[in-house]
Design a protein around this ligand. Structure first.
Ligand code: FVH
Length: 283
């Protein structure tokens, strides 16, 4: 196989393929990257790297770098499979899938749900969408880097769900950052707060997410246990106290706006799925 890109992630991917016994050719725009990576064949040009293998994995900075890197090797892709693990949007994925098809290549888009240190280990997973035939052919090989999960033949679906998962992660971090700023404005140990209170609380609250998703999909049955009018009233205290403690509420103020809007638009007696619905109908 071939790995294009030897950044932190590309290097981890190549190392995992080598460790699993797959002959691996690598290419990177700047020569000399990843000097500690052994057991690979280093190609001088991207065309040489592509022509060396039937399976090409590309993992570069962004979509623009993928377009730029692949263009000189376009004619080499015929009859091969391109797996693009670069972060991108559904539109990027669909466009690159069309490009691959024009070159006579099979295409899989992937969303890596792991950091480099998790590659080759049990905790990470990678979402794939696009050619089901390519996934069936190469799924076992791709499992050397992380557990592969096929999410559909529309090439954009892996990127969509990758970005949704990252949204969940950054939203969680935003709340945690605010909580740590708020508590560290007084003599509260950030470490003790995080370990003994914040993580157990967030872990408990994670359990409520499937119920919110079910309400969104099928409609709520029964009265809200934590209605939005109550939550909106309480949120004002959160922002007031933050300002009083010298903590910028920038990460949480949009939630205050949404809760207030939900109440204003008549959803005060509903639960949090109504807020998701407001987001879906915004703009
Ligand atoms: N590292 C992580 O934690 C995340 C985990 C989830 C997935 N992401 C995505 O993986 C893509 C690569 O990320 P990375 O960590 O390998 O990134 P860097 O270490 O910064 O390496 C970037 C590589 O991209 C090459 N590159 C940049 N521009 C171009 C270009 N115009 N043409 C060809 N190659 C290009 C760069 O090459 P060079 O600067 O050494 O010449 C590196 O190989 C990314 O989409 C993450 O979102 C990682």
């Amino acid at each position: 196989m071939t790995v294009l890109g030897l950044g932190a992630m590309g290097t981890a991917l190549a190392q995992a393929f080598v460790s699993a016994g797959h002959p691996t050719t690598v290419w990177n725009r700047t020569p000399g990257r990843a000097p500690g990576l052994t057991g690979v064949t280093r190609a001088k040009t991207v065309a040489d790297a592509v022509s060396a293998s039937s399976l090409i994995v590309v993992c570069l900075l962004d979509d623009a770098s993928v377009q730029e890197a692949l263009a000189p090797a376009a004619t080499e892709f015929t009859g091969r499979t391109l797996v693009n693990l670069t972060n991108g949007t559904p539109a990027h994925a669909r466009r690159t899938a069309d490009w691959a098809t024009q070159q006579g290549a099979d295409y899989l888009d992937g969303g890596i749900m792991a950091v480099p240190a998790m590659i080759g280990g049990p905790a990470g997973f990678i979402l794939y969408s696009g050619s089901e035939a390519a996934f069936e052919k190469y799924g076992a090989v791709l499992s050397a880097v992380a557990r592969p999960q096929f999410v559909g033949t529309d090439p954009g679906l892996a990127a969509l769900q990758d970005l949704a998962l990252l949204s969940g992660m950054y939203g969680m971090f935003a709340g945690a950052f605010h909580a740590l700023a708020l508590t560290s404005s007084e003599k509260v140990s950030p470490t003790a707060f995080a370990e003994q209170l914040l993580v157990p609380w967030l872990t408990a609250m994670l359990g409520s997410i499937p119920a919110i998703a079910r309400d969104l999909e099928y409609g709520a049955d029964g009265a809200a246990g934590s209605n939005l009018a109550m939550q909106s009233a309480g949120f004002a205290n959160l922002l007031d106290a933050s300002r009083a403690q010298g903590v910028d509420p920038v990460l949480l103020a949009p939630m205050d706006d949404l809760l207030a809007r939900a109440v204003h638009e008549g959803h005060g007696d509903e639960d949090l799925a109504a807020v998701v619905q407001l987001l879906r109908t915004a703009g």
